[in-house]
Design a protein around this ligand. Sequence first.
Ligand code: HEM
Length: 488
Amino acid sequence: MITWQLWCTLLCVLWFYFLWTRRRYYKLIFQIPGPVGYPLVGTGYKMRHNEEVLLTFKHYLDKHGPSYLFWLGPLPYFITTDPQLIQDIFNSPHCINKGFVYKALEDVAGQGLFTAKEQLWSVHRKLFNPVFAHKMLLSFIPIFNAETANLLKTVDKLVDCGGHNMLPVMHGFSLDITSQTTMGSDVKYCEYIRTNKLIEAFQSLADNVTAIGISPWLLSKTVRILLGKEEEYSRAKLEIKEFLEELIDSKLAKGSEAADKNIFVNIAIDMMNRGLLTKNEVIDESITIVFAAFETTANTITYALILLAMFPEYQEKAFEEIRALFPNTGDFEVTYGDTQNMVYLDLIINESMRVLSPGPLVARQTTKEVRLSNGVVLPRGIQIAIDIFHLHRDKNLWGENAETFDPDHFLPHNMQDKHPYSFIPFTKGIRNCIGWRYGLIAIKVAMAKLLRNYKFSTSFKFEDLRFCEHVTLSLETVPLLEVQRRDY
Ligand code: HEM
């Protein structure tokens, strides 16, 4: 029988083996403060649940300052909320690869843009940048308008009948626009989308990806089977892949003549026909785009509405601005020019993404040594986590009321002296969000029509919000919103 002393010795030996293979990290322990934790598990045991991730980060941030070293199992993480170091990292050609925690996303979206390694990524990013160019975005606006008209019909049914969780409504809306701009407007009528199966599959993947991110042993299929987590996960993955494969095959069968050249999948198929992409890469990229777009966009709209319901004085100001642009209630066309004139709505969307950052954490790893502007040299292979959530709430950057919702934070005179990396909801630098303009236009079209036609209220208090890391930011309790129609 193996005694506990033997187990401890074994753990220590393993731990020293890991340290030996990672000896280039040693000197960091002396250069950067942070908790060392226990052998093998490091400090990872503090984050057994999604709700604990941001709280743990906050705890160490308060204790060790804006940059610290954290051990997730045997992997050292350089965690930072320092805008200058974030700028160094996001602009370094040696910090392009995503961190280990994205392994789970890689399992789902293969080598799509979100997870692809440096070389493949730079080729694909060059191929896909034109898909998000201004001219293409303009061609999506009719889809945003048409789907927002449908959204109004859905929200109209919620008027004057108690509190509602708006998240599922916005997920439906967001999936409709992303699936149509990614796969074509005909997908809307597919059984798999109409019956919400695609949303369910994507949400199941998001749940599993988060679980794997904080419990990396779930990357092993055997462990997932043993813990009863495999069936739903692999079904969701398979369903999405089969759905996209069928879609691509049917588009290939129809030929490229009639294909709408503004739709992502048609452009990707065209690249495939020219030998630039394989069929699997087209599938991976299509999954990636929908995955990256639908939850971030839906959450941003929902959270902005929640915040406006909590702070009605700002909701009224936004309403007045939109009423001046669109005097009549009901559905109306929002043009690109209109979105540029929604100045106050801009402040609101920015402030919502500041206090409730849709992507709270992003992770990278170095492919070579990187010297940061504070003199610290990050060795090759180190994991980096950028804590966007706490960067956006840092009192040194945003002032004493950094933790409350106040759109004035984004008034030009309040922004002029800010470090350019103090606000990074889409990240910045070499590998920023490819869809940021798309996202902002879609959000503005939706919010303009919603705020023009409805007033949102809630009894939930801002200070009672509790946050979870869920790839995107999620709320432990989603405040229910009451909806009233505006008839003037
Ligand atoms: C409010 C909406 C959105 C937010 C807050 C957001 C945020 C982000 C963030 C923070 C990243 C960087 C992740 C990282 O470095 O690990 C990212 C990457 C990405 N986003 Fe977005 N996003 C939004 C909307 C969209 C939309 C609408 C699309 C597509 C239509 C999109 C497609 C992508 C893709 C493909 C990447 C990976 C880019 C690359 O690595 O080259 N996003 N997004």
